[in-house]
Design a protein around this ligand. Structure first.
Ligand code: GDP
Length: 424
């Protein structure tokens, strides 16, 4: 069984929590895109963990976790995550963690370039996490990146770095006027972190191809959500990689594999980190209450997230482009304080009503049209069966299901592993 878990919205839907829950039936968990620019929060009996790079299956001893070909990896950050797990008594061995030799290394100079560019943009900044993700993906496509497999050939490091830095410094020093990056500082960084991670590096395409042939259950874990996809998201306020399930086999390193199932993770309301159009955005006290109730602060950066009502227009588009077969609806418990629950059912653009998710400037001009449902006004976090839920909560779930055209199979009513209701 090959299953992808992917975000339906702007990210932060609770994918890490769903991977942690569903991974019990899977032997192999693969991250297939992105870097340490977003975080998955997992809470289980071993503690609370924020994982930016490691697949969320790393918290289960009996799974193999793969960092796939489509990822960009900050080696220092990864070592930090491994150390943090170690402090909680979770050890990470090369048997449990395999890093694709084709994934790309994100160096400190990528982060520096990200900061320089955000500062140059001033008021027009993108709201980047400043962790170098856009610069490192750009370098990958310029064919000026160093890949993880190169960690296995230290004798080539100096020459590769010297060549690449003679080009990169044209931008950093020549363009932005910052100091030049030297090969020596990058070499020291590689010596510290690259040597430590080298034992985890392997041909994961080979490993995963064998795993598929053996009939292993493989779970593909996305970072961020459909609306952040570089091609299909709210460009240019997207991430720099493909967040869609369709990319999972390629980004994992087994492009010929066919997914059997895509589980879309969708949040019961909306949240969005960073800049860009966010049609359902709430402001003032209304936003503050929802942000507090949902603890909406970025897992990677601690930034307060923008919040809003459930957006049926954006979510139906997300379900469609993810090709979701079923959904996990998360954070339903958060809405228990509301008397009336708003749902954005359509957009109005230049006086015309639409339920199609628009592109570019039409999206910027879109205004939300709301409908309201009765709130459930009671704590539902202990409910474990749909029959335990108040009828207003069931009505809300059914309404969302209908609005996005996809069945909801899991209802998450709290952050811990067991806080959920399976439906059907
Ligand atoms: P991800 O990047 O999609 O994994 O999402 P994040 O980890 O950034 O955000 C999800 C946050 O919501 C985390 O702090 C989770 O612990 C928490 N969470 C997930 N599901 C639920 C839920 O059903 N209810 C509540 N109250 N919190 C949840």
């Amino acid at each position: 069984m090959l299953t992808a878990i992917a975000g339906i919205n702007w990210g932060d839907e609770g994918k890490g929590r769903m991977v942690d829950l569903l991974s019990q039936d899977y032997g192999v968990i693969v991250r297939y895109q992105g870097g340490n620019n977003a975080g998955h929060t997992v809470i289980n009996e071993r503690g609370k963990f924020i994982l930016n790079l490691l697949p969320s299956g790393i918290l289960r001893e009996d799974t193999v976790n793969v960092m796939g070909t489509g990822m960009v990896i900050d080696l220092a950050h990864l070592c930090g995550e491994i150390d943090e797990l170690g402090r909680h008594g979770v050890s990470v061995t090369p048997e449990q963690l395999k890093i694709s030799d084709r994934a790309v290394i994100c160096f400190p100079y990528h982060g520096a370039q990200d900061v320089l560019e955000e500062e140059r943009l001033g008021d027009k900044k993108f709201g980047s996490t400043r962790r170098g993700i856009a610069p490192v993906y750009a370098d990958k496509y310029m064919k000026k990146a160093i890949r993880v497999g190169d960690l296995l050939c230290p004798d080539t490091w100096r020459e590769r770095l010297t060549d690449i830095l003679s080009w990169k410094n044209l931008t950093l020093a020549g363009g932005y006027g910052s100091g030049e990056v030297t090969a020596d500082e990058c070499l020291r960084w590689l010596e510290t972190y690259g040597r430590r991670l080298a034992p985890f590096v392997c041909d994961t395409t080979h490993y995963l191809t064998d795993a598929v042939a053996r009939g292993e259950n493989i779970l593909f874990e996305a970072q961020l959500g459909a609306l952040r996809d570089i091609d299909f998201g709210i460009y240019p306020y997207t991430t720099s990689s493909q967040t869609l399930a369709a990319y999972a086999p390629t980004g994992a390193g087994i492009p010929a594999a066919k997914l059997d199932c895509t589980v879309g993770v969708m949040k019961a309301y909306s949240s969005c980190v960073g800049e860009g159009p966010f049609t359902v955005e709430m402001f003032g006290d209304e936003a503050a209450r929802l942000r507090e109730a949902g603890e909406e602060y970025g897992a990677a950066t601690g930034r307060p997230r923008r919040v809003g009502a459930f957006d049926a227009v954006a979510s139906r588009y997300g379900v469609t482009i993810q090709g979701a077969d079923c959904l996990a609806l998360t954070k339903l418990d958060v809405l228990s304080y509301l008397e009336k629950i708003p749902i954005c059912t359509a957009y109005e653009i230049d006086g015309t009503r639409t339920t199609e998710f628009p592109v570019g400037q039409r999206l910027v001009r879109a205004r939300p049209v709301y409908d309201y449902m009765d709130g459930f006004r009671t704590d539902i976090s202990a409910c474990r069966d749909i029959r335990d839920l108040p009828k207003e909560a069931v009505a809300y779930v059914r309404r969302l299901e209908e609005a996005v055209g996809c069945p909801i199979r899991y209802l998450s009513v709290g952050p811990a592993r067991g806080d959920y209701i399976a439906i059907g």
